[in-house]
Design a protein. Structure first.
Length: 528
């Protein structure tokens, strides 16, 4: 299962308030507390924490904040339970405590409501992204001590932040070899990692002389306030004629606000999710849908690999689609009675049983609507070919191009293609992807069945940027390919793997175009 490195996890802060709570006490008002629970993979509710108890209040505004790790690629179910506390017992099931009510939601639902969501308890959740500022450093030194008689020194720096348990390593520079006056490569570090966002918090810097065997020798250390400091060796301070072990120069420390994926979501950016190979692959290689050997065959349990992929990914992304309308396409099908092979078809125009006449599924349970459109379409088409991906990529690119021309970080498009076969129009697909790399758009390909997917892995191009047949390189990697067979029995892991790269693709694209979240209250972008 995909896991995030701890320093890459987005932290969000939840603030709770309630209105018009029930009064459960006879001679005073209720004394409410709110407990937050997270639904775990083991199907249990785990208490993450609880607010303070507010005495005699039916409209509490709790000061205690909940800080939660945010993962876009998983459905994080939360439950907020409010109790009237009547004694000192920590057990919420104590018979003296009165249960006032609760509600459940996902963290994705909270994040997509522009800071607030009202629930049946007449409660309100306020969500804020924790500090996403970064510090851009340029650091040099001069006159460092040399630790060997022959030769110079090979210095590097370590930056530490002050924590409750002591000094914690936050960043290590590269080694500059054979140089007592080094200039280190500029680097960037989050203020949360360096000083917990507190500009007054001390930062310790240690300068070492590097040894290959790992027994690095300390040159000196200092506590920085982002200015020029002298570098001292504490053992040498005892010597009366000791001045310093060199000078460390903070040549530049510029603090900058870096917008995260969640900043853009909170700021009003909508993820337009196009279920692309629902652009379902209706080519003959899938097998006749009535045959148990077909990838389109619906088992007695009601699922096939296409449906598994739709459910796994759809349940995550539906929280980020404001309209709850999902375009559903297919390709490679022959449509009776004309037997015309349709390169790009709208599924709802085939089924004929739903009232919608456009390419969008719009029902209360939107992912259920996608599944219904797919199931109703199967009896109405004849599987044919070829497996052409470029038409659907070009189609979605048109909408993404229109959004980019508005010069706002308001929309980002995700195309999901579920296919079983080798790409028939590889050159055209490469050209379409390279062009789409300039747009607010990502492409997810889920390969079903046991086919040879080397062409899909080539399109993914994790190690290098994809190039068109003419040699033109993509501006960024926008394709994520995942073979379904690796996650046959783990729908959660499938969604995590498929969606893991998407938040960074969204945020990095808008940052590259210097587009701010459209509705987010801004803070000063840079400070020196």
């Amino acid at each position: 299962i995909f896991t995030h490195p701890p320093n890459l996890v987005t932290k969000v802060e939840l603030t709770i308030s309630c209105e018009n709570l029930m009064d459960m006490d006879f001679f005073s008002k209720s004394d409410p507390v709110c407990a937050l629970f997270l639904y775990t993979p083991d199907s249990i509710w785990y208490e993450l924490g609880r607010t303070e108890t507010i005495q005699n209040c039916l409209n509490p505004k709790f000061s205690k904040k909940f800080v939660v790790d945010y993962y876009f690629e998983t459905v994080q179910r939360l439950k907020f339970s409010v109790y009237d506390i009547d004694n000192d017992s920590h057990d919420l099931n104590d018979c003296d405590h009165d249960f006032l009510g609760e509600f459940e939601c996902t963290l994705g639902q909270v994040s997509f409501t522009s800071y607030a969501v009202e629930k049946p308890l007449d409660s309100m959740l306020l969500l804020q992204v924790t500090d996403t500022r970064v510090a851009n450093f340029e650091v040099s030194a001069r006159g460092l001590d040399k630790k060997v008689i022959l030769g110079s020194c090979d210095p590097f720096l370590e930056f530490y932040k002050k924590s409750e348990s002591g000094w914690q390593l936050a960043h290590r520079t590269e080694v500059v070899h054979n140089n007592r006056n080094p200039v280190w490569i500029p680097f960037c570090i989050t203020l949360r990692s360096l000083c917990d966002g507190d500009l007054e918090k001390p930062i310790k810097v240690k300068c070492y002389d590097h040894y290959v065997n790992g027994s690095h020798e300390l040159i000196g250390t200092f506590k920085a306030s982002l200015a020029e400091f002298q570098c001292f060796n504490e053992q040498k301070l005892r010597k009366g004629n000791y001045k310093n072990s060199g000078v460390i120069c903070i040549r530049r420390c510029q603090m900058e606000k870096v917008y995260s994926f969640l900043d853009y979501i909170l700021g009003g950016c909508q993820i337009n999710f196009t279920v692309g190979s629902i652009a379902i692959d209706f080519t003959q290689s899938n097998g006749v849908p009535s045959s148990p050997n077909s990838l389109h065959y619906t088992s007695p349990e009601g699922f096939n690999e296409y449906l598994h992929a739709i459910w796994a990914v759809g349940h995550v992304v539906q929280d980020y689609n404001r309209t709850k309308m999902f375009p559903v396409f297919g390709f490679g099908a022959q449509i009776p009675p004309s037997s015309e092979v349709n390169i790009l078809l709208f599924l709802l125009n085939i089924g004929g049983t739903l009232q919608n006449k456009g390419p969008f599924v719009n029902v209360i349970l939107c992912i259920v609507g996608v599944v219904q459109a797919y199931q109703q379409c199967l009896p109405c088409v004849e599987l044919w070919g070829p497996t052409n991906l470029s038409p659907i990529i070009k189609h979605v690119s048109c909408f993404a191009r229109q959004a980019l021309h508005q010069n706002l970080a308001a929309e980002y498009f995700v195309l999901l293609i579920i296919t079983d076969g080798i790409v028939s129009d590889m050159d055209q697909t490469r050209r379409a992807i390279v062009k789409a790399s300039h747009l607010p758009m990502s492409i997810i390909i889920v390969g079903v069945g046991a086919a040879d997917f080397r062409a899909m892995e080539f399109l993914d191009s994790d190690d290098h940027l994809l190039r068109s047949p003419s040699g033109k390189a993509a501006t960024r990697d926008i394709v994520q390919f995942v073979p379904f067979r690796k996650f046959q029995d783990n729908r959660v892991a499938l969604a995590q793997s498929v969606l893991a790269e998407l938040p960074d693709q969204v945020a990095s694209f808008f940052r590259a175009y210097k587009l701010k979240p459209p509705n987010l209250t801004d803070v000063p972008e840079t400070t020196q």
